[in-house]
Design a binder for this molecule. Structure first.
Ligand SMILES: [Zn+2]
Length: 244
């Protein structure tokens, strides 16, 4: 996911520009972190809260942080706007959770420990922390139920078989396929519209035939799922909203 961007090295042009840029301080705060592993200046925008972090190589001069923020300002602003939109989106669905494009009402019940589905309602434990943990367990179980048959069909469509299906919890990784045919998927995909889940399942199944993202892969993807570009774009633009 492109939530991190490298600033190009300080150039001569940069130095002449700095005086001009300094007059307009960025309308956001940022933190600076030193890293032994970083080889170049990087800027990261948290997709959840829009917090900006600059990662500086151990020996880089401190002013390179400000230079990187200046240089990447447009990109940072766009990422922050996306994060704000994601926050608003999450706040607006109070009392409900998304499920493959539908919306399920949460009905808290005292004494309940497991989530139980009842039509369009989910009976959940009372208390915020308990709800979230129980919901996550429920979504993980559902993920296997929803993904397994779709993956079977997608693997059959490419004429391959997989060896293993694992459900994971990751912030920005949606699925993977190993060279040995082990598949993993993120349960958060159930928070997305159904076509997005379909896209990720078929994308990973296509990797059973072509492991890289070469033109051959995308040609196969186009045959497996005409119009896959839309759910792909949706995931890129809205992936940060797939949280409980
Ligand atoms: Zn891929």
């Amino acid at each position: 996911m492109a939530d991190r961007r490298a600033a190009s090295g300080a150039s001569c042009a940069r130095r002449t520009l700095r005086g001009l840029m300094a007059e307009t301080a960025p309308p956001f705060e940022y933190t600076v972190r030193r890293s032994d592993r970083a080889r170049r200046v990087r800027v990261r925008v948290d997709p959840r809260d829009g917090a900006v972090e600059v990662i500086l190589p151990r020996r880089a001069p401190a002013r390179e942080a400000a230079a990187a923020v200046d240089q990447l300002r447009g990109w940072i602003e766009r990422r922050r706007a996306q994060a704000a939109a994601a926050q608003a989106h999450i706040a607006a669905r109070a009392g409900t959770v998304p499920y493959l494009g539908a919306r399920m009402a949460l009905v808290p019940e005292a004494g309940r420990t497991r989530v139980h589905r009842h039509g369009d309602a989910l009976l959940v434990p009372a208390g915020d922390a308990a709800v979230r943990a129980a919901l996550e367990r429920w979504y993980r179980r559902q993920a296997r139920t929803e993904i397994a048959p779709r993956l079977d069909a997608a693997a059959a469509a490419v004429g391959k078989s997989y060896t293993k299906l694992t459900i994971r919890d990751q912030r920005t990784r949606w699925g993977s396929c190993s060279s040995a045919g082990a598949m993993s998927f993120n349960w958060r995909l159930l928070l997305a519209p159904e076509v997005v889940l379909e896209y990720v399942v078929r994308h990973e199944a296509a990797h059973l035939a072509v492991l890289d993202h070469s033109p051959r892969f995308w040609a196969l993807m186009g045959r497996l799922m005409p119009g896959y570009e839309r759910p792909r774009r949706w995931l890129r633009d809205h992936g940060a909203t797939l949280v409980l």
